[in-house]
Design a protein around this ligand. Sequence first.
Ligand SMILES: *Cc1c(COP(=O)(O)O)cnc(C)c1O
Length: 360
Amino acid sequence: MRDVDLRSDTVTRPTPAMWAAMAVAEVGDDVYGEDPTVNQLELLAAEHLGKEAALFVASGTQGNLVSLLAHCGRGDEVILGDKSHTFRFEQGGMAALGGIMPFTLPNQPDGTLRLEDIEAAIRPDDAHFPYTRLICLENTHNLCHGVPLTPEYTRRVAGLARNHGLKLHIDGARIFNAAAALEVDVRELVAPADSATFCLSKGLCAPVGSMVCGDVDFIARARRARKVLGGGMRQAGIIAAAGIIALEVMTERLDSDHASARVLAEGLAAIPGIHVAPVYTNMVYFDLDERLPLDAYEIEARLAARGVRIGARSARSFRAVTHYWIDDEAVDLTLDAVREVLGTPAVESPILHCDMEAEH
Ligand SMILES: *Cc1c(COP(=O)(O)O)cnc(C)c1O
């Protein structure tokens, strides 16, 4: 049975080209700055994002944390969205390890923070208040259905930040998906920001790693922060070799994942009882009608038994994420499995009981 895994684009395994590159990667001690493959990846990442320098880190979480530690001191405050990954899913690392305080603002359905809200959240110089130091945006916005944030919006937030002497960081875990969806150069999306991170290990298929990009001074501070977090990785060229292919090759094909997501969404929307949210990039969020007898966890289990893995997010909702290993056949298999699971009434289901009673 073929395994179709739509739980996340993090499940992507390396491509054959990546395996080949990893096998012959030149390596050295990266903590001494002597791993030629890591150095090459860092140069390429900086160039792709139009920043002075870059740093290879173990994960997106580590990338955001070293960025925050490089921008902020203890007691400083960061403005970010209440649905942001950094606030929701990074264990409060900024507070736990950096003494940095989050000031959350409501993420709008389009992933943005309202400029008025940001303006109102910035602290005046008063001994009662912490210093506001940083604004964080997320692009694409994961919990907001993978929506991309535009260069215009980013420039407006950066303008506001500059006027108040603040820095702007972009959690661009899927920034190349945003660039593909908006048909802009990724440089345009991050040019207004002081720093940006992106993941090599999601839709770009690398086995491990993220990049942090910014100016030379910022990257020097981020490098120190990475070391104290235990993120100095020695002969990391083995994984950086896959990262180079992620950056140079895999960033060019994300449109294809977005097309698969649209096909999947259309197919799901045609199934009675399923409501699909708008699809912007590679994420398909969908809800179940209240009247369906099975809840999402039960459906998740039944799909898994058919080799199709989709993550239930609550009793009534799912997220499916397309990626390199999801081709047309995988989308077809998924739709068949969902139709089968929803179309085959469970023995214990109330609807089946009703029907059976009606027949008698
Ligand atoms: C996945 C993700 C991260 C963190 O990445 P890990 O590599 O899983 O630590 C950060 N931000 C966003 C928006 C993400 O989707």
